[in-house]
Design a protein around this ligand. Structure first.
Ligand code: ARG
Length: 508
């Protein structure tokens, strides 16, 4: 613990200098003592922090405006600090002076420009609440970008569903032919999962979008800070209440990364399905989404989908790394946390790309209708429909299942369904009556036809084209609602940016 306390002392000393310009140099001396020595680069997160450079500037601005409004620092100093921040922003992350992290480096850059009074920027805060605010601020944007990509992907999948409502294909369980379905029904099954992935991300967003600023190191501050005001200036929907929790928690990162890992798992299934379909000639990928072999000239491989499948490891591994980092950390801040964010960033970057590529591959693919329809009867995949017919005629479903199972026994996976005569003989054997006592030939032949078989299954959510049309309509409604939710959040963020700019302009 003593290490952590040393850091906190450094921060506390630091804050104390704000009211006393003469002690500005001492801050530098004290920092020199803790410059890191041989562990300098090990301690530093400065290059990783490029990700939160812009976030830190926003957080600094909101904090400084609030400090001035609360008369914790004077307006003139606020103006000088805010002008310096604009200059630091123009120079960019690469021009920052050396520092343990972006927060320290930006502060040093401000002090370089303003003089010791620049150190007043860090009044009533610690890097602990500062970095937490930066991570939340940046993560918000990343979540929204990911949601936008997922919403776009859903739109593409819905388009495929609309076009392929009548395209019959084999459906599988255990990777074995099971029942005929359609490309539309299959693709909507993933669109539906992506709806939930979207909802999970938007839900996580609510808990990301809380303001930790004003918690200081963890124990609050004697200054009369206005936490609602910094929330408003940063577009946070609320204040992360307990200051110890607010500065220490990263559960919002875990929640977001978990949603990303779940999304990646959804995509991996989609990718695997397409890889298997491609291997059977059930889908023809656009060349843009395929790759060839450096030696086997005839090959057209579904590499993009394999990478989508493989990138699942980026997200699931990231979640694992993150939770392992967070596990067992005592309250309040510990430096372990400096290594937490990267897992979330890597996961979200990797999977945002995956979403777009997976959807692009599906949206541009060709679905060979004849091949798919022929494959849809492989392995007597219409068997359940025959049993259903018998059950509709009053035969207990279990008995109907036995009749059809008996007729199907010994059929190879590529073989066609047994014909009317064969089924009739088995029915007579098991039921004691000819098949015609239950089902006429026409109805049976319809059940054996994959297109008719699909059309019969028109229960809500089923594959029949009419049932799919309803699913498409619902999916479109949810898509519109989710796009609206996305726009609302983007608007809240950009309104806060406008508010910040307006306030900053009052001082500069
Ligand atoms: N770079 C640090 C991080 O990312 C900032 C907080 C440092 N706080 C401290 N008490 N050492 O977590």
């Amino acid at each position: 613990m003593s290490d952590g306390e040393d850091h906190e002392t450094a921060d506390a000393d630091h804050a104390a200098t704000a009211g006393d310009a003469d002690r500005g140099d001492e801050t530098v001396v004290r920092r020199d003592r803790f410059a890191g020595g041989p562990a300098r680069s090990f301690l530093s997160s400065l290059s990783d922090d490029e990700r939160i450079f812009a976030a830190d500037l926003a957080v600094d601005r909101a904090h400084v405006v609030m400090l001035a409004e609360q008369e914790i620092i004077d307006r003139e100093t606020a103006g000088e600090v805010l002008a310096a921040l604009a200059d630091v922003e123009d120079a960019g992350h690469g021009a920052l002076p050396d520092g343990e992290d972006v927060h320290e480096a930006i502060e040093s850059a401000v002090i370089e420009r303003v003089g010791p009074d620049g150190g007043k920027m860090h009044t009533a805060r610690s890097r602990n609440d500062e970095v937490a605010a930066c991570i939340r601020y940046r993560l918000r944007a990343d979540i929204l970008d990911l949601v936008e990509t997922v919403v776009g992907a859903r739109e593409q999948l819905i388009e495929v569903a609309r076009a392929e409502r009548e395209t019959v294909m084999p459906g599988y369980t255990h990777l074995q032919p099971a029942q005929p379905t359609t490309v539309a029904h299959w693709v909507l099954s993933y669109e539906q999962a992506l709806q939930r992935d979207t909802a999970r991300l938007l839900d996580a967003y609510e808990r990301v979008n809380q303001n930790p600023l004003g918690s200081a190191a963890f124990a609050g501050t004697p200054f009369d800070v206005d936490r609602e005001r910094t929330a408003e200036l940063l577009g946070f929907a609320g204040v992360a209440e307990n200051s110890m929790d607010a500065s220490a928690t990263r559960d919002f990162l875990a929640e977001t990364t978990s949603a990303v890992a779940t999304l990646a798992t959804t995509l991996s299934g989609l990718a695997e399905d397409v890889v298997v379909m491609a291997s059977k000639g059930h889908v023809d990928l656009d060349d843009d989404y395929a790759s060839t072999s450096s030696i086997m000239p005839q090959k057209k491989n579904p590499d993009t989908l394999e990478l989508v499948r493989g990138r699942t490891g980026d997200a699931v591994g990231g979640l694992n790394g993150l939770l392992t980092n967070l596990k067992g950390q005592p309250r309040a801040y510990n430096r372990d946390l400096q290594r937490a964010g990267r897992h979330a960033w890597d996961a979200i970057d990797s999977i945002t790309e995956s979403v777009a590529v997976a959807a692009g591959a599906v949206a541009t693919a060709d679905w060979p209708a004849e091949t798919l329809e022929a494959a849809a009867t492989d392995g007597f995949a219409t068997a359940t429909g025959v049993a259903d017919l018998l059950a509709m005629a009053g035969v207990p479903f279990r008995t109907a299942h036995e009749v059809v199972a008996e007729a199907a026994a010994g059929l190879g996976p590529e073989e066609d369904a047994p014909d009317y005569e064969t089924l009739s003989a088995v029915a007579e054997d098991v039921l004691g009556k000819p098949l015609s006592a239950y089902v006429d030939r026409e109805a049976l032949e319809a059940a054996l036809d994959p297109t008719e078989s699909v059309a019969m299954r028109d229960s809500r959510g089923g594959p029949a084209p009419d049932a799919v049309a309803e699913q498409v309509a619902t999916a479109e409604d949810v898509l519109v609602a989710d796009s609206g939710a996305l726009d609302d959040r983007r608007q809240a963020v950009s309104q806060a940016a406008d508010r910040r700019r307006t306030e900053v302009d009052r001082y500069v």
